[in-house]
Structures are given as C-alpha cells and as structure tokens.
Design a protein around this ligand. Structure first.
Ligand code: HEM
Ligand SMILES: [Ca+2]
Length: 518
C-alpha cells in the first residue's frame, strides 16, 4: 500500500536526478564508518560508543520509544557519523573546516573526478574516451565494479557498483546512476564526433575538448533550465544571474555549508516514492519503490531498462516541494534486505542533524542575513512562515533562535515563481552567483585561455538535457521544456522527435589547418 498522498508538480521527476547530479558536483562531505584501532567497524549505537568515545559517533540519532515507525521495531538509535574535518596547523585559531571530497566548481567532477589521478583512472587514454562497460544488449554504462573488486560501502546486496567521478554518491540510487551514465555516454559521443571531424587530434585534445563541452552543457542546463524553476525567473534576473559573465577573481567560488547542508537539501522534498519504467507507448511497465531502488543499481543495464527509466523520469509528474519528505525516504532509506532487524533511516532527521554537525547558524540568523528582520519571538516569523507552522515550531523549540536552518527554510512559504521560500532562494542564488562569476573557466567567460569561440558558444547554448538524452539513449520523443510534464495526448506538438529536432552538429570544432593546436 502506498502510504503517501502528495501533491504533484508541473515539473517532472527528471528535475530530481539532475538536481542531485549538480548537488554532488559541488559537495560531498565524507563521513565514513568509524573503525577501532584494529580496523573493525564500530557500532555507534552501542551504549558506550553513543556519545563520548568516538568523535564520529557524536551525532547518532536517538529515536523515542513512541516513534510511530522505529518504535514498532524497537529501534532506539540510528547510527550516523560526523563529517570529517581537516586539521589546521596554523597558529591563530580558525573555525573547523569540513572536508569536501568533490571539487566546489560546477565542473562535471561527478563525471571526471575531483583530482588528476582519479580523472586519469577514469580514462581509456585513447580517442579521448572515458572507460565504460557494455551491457548484454550492447549499451554503454559507467564501468561495472563487482563486489569482488570493490566492497559496497552501503549494502552488500548490490551486485554492481559503477565507477564514476563521484565514487561516494554515484551508486546511491537509480536516479543519480542514470545521470552519471547519461553524461558518460555524452562525453564518449562527443569524443567520437570530434575525432571524426579532426582525425589528427591526440587523445588528450579530444578528451579535454569533449570534457569542456560536457561541463559547458551541464552549466548551461543548470543556469538556464534548472535554476529558474528552483528560485524563479524574476529573482534570477534581479540577482544578476542572467548577466553576461565577467570573471571576478575577488569572488569566492567555494560551496557554502548553508547551501550544501541546508538550502540545496530542501530539494530532498521532491524525492518521489517510486520511479517508473515506461515503454515507448507511455505505459508504465514496472515501478520501483524507494525502499527498494536505493539498492537496485544492477537493474539499469538489464534489457531496455535505462531507456524506460529515463522515459519514466520525463513523463511522470514530480513531487511538489513541501515541508516534509516522502514517508519512505524519511523512515526506510537504505534498508538492508534480508536483515531481520529493521535498519532504514530518516533522511530529514539526518539533514537536520547534519546541519548541527557542521555548525550551521540558526534559521533566524540566516534569514536576517538574507535581508529579513531578525525575529524577536516566534510570532515575528509570520512574514515568511504560515501561522499554523509557527505554532508547531513553538511546540518543538524553546526559543525562536533555536530553530534549525533546515527546518525554517522547509517551512517558509514559497516565493513567487519559485519552488522554495525566500531564505532558501537567497542561499541558492548566492551559491550559483559565486560558482559562475568566481569561475575563470565558466563556459561563457570570454578572453580566457581555452574560452569557446563565438560559434562554439552558440552551439553549446543550444544543447538541452533533451539533446543529451536523444544523443545517447533510445528515448524517441522529448519536450523542449525538458523538466516540465507534458501530456502527450493533450499536447502532442510539444513533444519532438529526437531524430528531427535534436541533431547536434559540432562543425564549429573543425580545424581547417591540420597542424592547428587548440
Ligand atoms: C533519490 C534522491 C536522493 C537521495 C536518496 C538523497 C540522499 C542523500 C543522502 C543520504 C545524503 C547524505 C546525508 C548526510 O549524511 O548528511 C544526501 C546529501 C545531500 N543531498 Fe541528497 N538525495 C537525493 C536527492 C537529492 C537532490 C535532488 C538534491 C538537490 C538538488 C540533493 C542534495 C543533496 C546535498 C547538497 C547533499 C549534501 C552533500 C554533501 O555535502 O555531502 N539530494 N542526500
Ligand atoms: Ca565540482
């Protein structure tokens, strides 16, 4: 039985995996399993470990005995781990810095890796291509790692893990794995096109040029198709995010923890209960519930599943952002099959705990930072939060200054044209502004070494996620507004055939002189 009744959105499910891909481009806080002196995994839920013994056990979640879900399983503790910090050897005292495993820039690090060694490891070193595995029916996937080669960190029931630029998250669920696959294929597709146009190019030139195009494509989709849905067209304009990009070396392009550990996670609310596998006739052939699909990465290369999964993303209406996550993700995330003891987790509880782990300022301070009055009491929150929610806050927090950032921004009324409220919108816009203006290699920056030519830029600006899907899968129709649900019966003309409309031409990369180096 589906325990979840939720409002659906005009946006489709595809917004979710693309959003997650982007989220893990800019951040990945390592919070590894804790081991003892002998390297054995430690159970943070054992009484003696719960609070003091191991620093990383300090944020275990204590579940109350009357918890409607965990109470039934007599599960009084959920083991989660503190994020790792970096050592600071300098003299003056600085606040603790949290390690980010992924490069902060939006640079497709989830496809190429965040350091040179890993980037090399992912390459074939021939024809500019990335390594890949081939399924039984000849389709390309991220390289398969079997459990014999690499032990699954999450669940030893997974038969395949994929080698991606973001090893910690690329295997987390079918959605993100599908996006990793899509962009791996897109890289190799471009590499093939460029090497056909310029047969004299070396592996290195083809790899770097293809990589630049993939990064440019992800950046363009992020700013022109994805972000306006999240923060609203008007706000994006007012914030200066649509202006011609002039690199400013004084802008810090690092990921802020307010963004990665709170504002971006508001989009966890759009995680649906199920993913649908849909065939060419728009029939749902199979649906996988959240409690299952986080552990089913081996489903993707079977038969036509990959195409059907993408079709399902495009055609299924998404979940609306609302102040709660779906029932399954907030109770049963990452279950361990065949384990008689219930072990699911609560993503929302983890998000709140993570905010405390990394020391986020409370909601009241951040909303003030975003230009709203500092609330002196709960009632002052009424400008941004509905009165019925203020009452709930009052029942759960002692002071208005205690409200967790994650909780406050989830409860804010959505801003006009946006799917988040004013404080989340402000943090998200700030992050995207800095990723763009502070990035010397952002795709539309001109006059830097390696900047695209005018013709190349024109071409990049045309590439939508629809083009990427058409170029790399057997999905046959996509819509121009790729993140909107379009009813193919009511609006058949909004759907375009991949063959006709989504051709990609890379002639702007053709070098006339065989000796020209890029
Ligand atoms: C099926 C979909 C998703 C699942 C199952 C999922 C699950 C998770 C989990 C388990 C974490 C780590 C929590 C922690 O220990 O702190 C996480 C972190 C995060 N998620 Fe999601 N997520 C999903 C989709 C998304 C989406 C759509 C976004 C945003 C657009 C997003 C943004 C983030 C961010 C920014 C982090 C923090 C990354 C870091 O700094 O480590 N996630 N997510
Ligand atoms: Ca990155």
């Amino acid at each position: 039985m589906n325990r979840e009744i939720y409002r659906v959105d005009e946006n489709n499910v595809l917004l979710l995996p693309f959003g997650q891909l982007l989220a893990h481009d800019i951040s990945g806080l390592p919070n590894d399993l804790v081991s003892d002196e002998n390297g054995n995994a430690i159970d943070c839920c054992l009484t003696e470990n719960k609070i003091k013994k191991y620093t990383q056990c300090q944020i275990v979640l204590v579940n109350l005995p009357d918890d409607p879900v965990y109470g039934v399983y007599n599960k009084t503790c959920t083991p989660i781990f503190r994020s790792l910090t970096s050592r600071n050897y300098s003299c003056p005292l600085y606040p603790t810095t949290f390690i980010n495993d992924n490069s902060h820039f939006i640079d497709a690090s989830e496809v190429y890796g965040s350091n040179e060694n890993y980037a090399k490891h992912l390459r074939v070193m021939e024809g500019g291509r990335l390594k890949f595995s081939v399924s039984n029916n000849g389709q390309m996937f991220c390289p398969f790692l079997t459990n014999q080669n690499k032990e699954s960190t999450r669940n030893n029931n997974i038969h395949i893990e994929y080698d991606t630029g973001d090893p910690s998250n690329g295997n987390q669920n079918l959605g993100i794995t599908a996006m990793q696959t899509l962009f791996l294929r897109f890289h190799n597709y471009i590499a093939f096109k460029l090497s056909s146009l310029n047969p004299f190019w070396s592996d290195e030139i083809i790899y770097q040029e293809s990589r630049k195009i993939v990064i440019g494509t992800i950046q363009r989709i992020a700013y022109e198709d994805f972000l306006p849905i999240i923060i609203g067209d008007d706000f994006q304009e007012i914030y200066g995010l649509n202006e011609a990009n002039i690199y400013d070396p004084t802008i810090n392009p690092s990921t802020s923890l307010e963004f990665s550990s709170a504002a971006s996670r508001v989009l966890h609310a759009i995680i649906p209960v199920e993913f649908n596998f849909m065939n060419k006739d728009y029939e749902i052939e199979n649906s996988i519930k959240i409690t299952d699909w986080t552990t089913k990465s081996d489903l993707i290369p079977l038969g036509d599943n990959f195409d059907k999964l993408l079709k399902g993303f495009i055609e299924t209406p998404g979940r609306m952002v609302q102040p709660s996550y779906n029932f399954y993700i907030s109770n049963y995330m990452f279950p361990v099959p065949n384990n008689p003891q219930y072990t699911g987790r609560d993503l929302l509880a983890i998000d709140i705990a993570r905010g405390r782990d990394v020391g986020l300022q409370p909601y009241n301070k951040i909303r003030h930072f975003c230009g709203y009055p500092l609330a002196k009491n709960f009632e002052d929150l009424v400008d941004l939060i509905h009165i019925k929610d203020i009452i709930k806050l009052k029942n759960n927090y002692y002071s208005v200054n205690d409200i967790d950032l994650m909780v406050g921004i989830l409860l804010e009324k959505h801003s006009d044209g946006a799917i988040v409220g004013p404080t989340a919108r402000c943090i998200i816009a700030d992050a995207f502004y800095r990723y763009k203006v502070g990035d010397r290699f952002f795709y539309d920056v001109q006059g830097q070494p390696g900047s695209f030519t005018e013709d190349q830029l024109k071409m990049i600006k045309k590439i939508t996620l629809g083009h990427v899907i058409c170029a790399t899968t057997n999905v046959d129709h996509v819509q121009k507004d790729i993140f909107k649900t379009i009813d193919h019966n009511l609006f058949p003309t909004f759907k375009m055939k991949c063959d006709d409309e989504f051709d990609l031409n890379f002639k702007a990369w053709k070098k006339v002189n065989d000796h020209t180096e890029l």
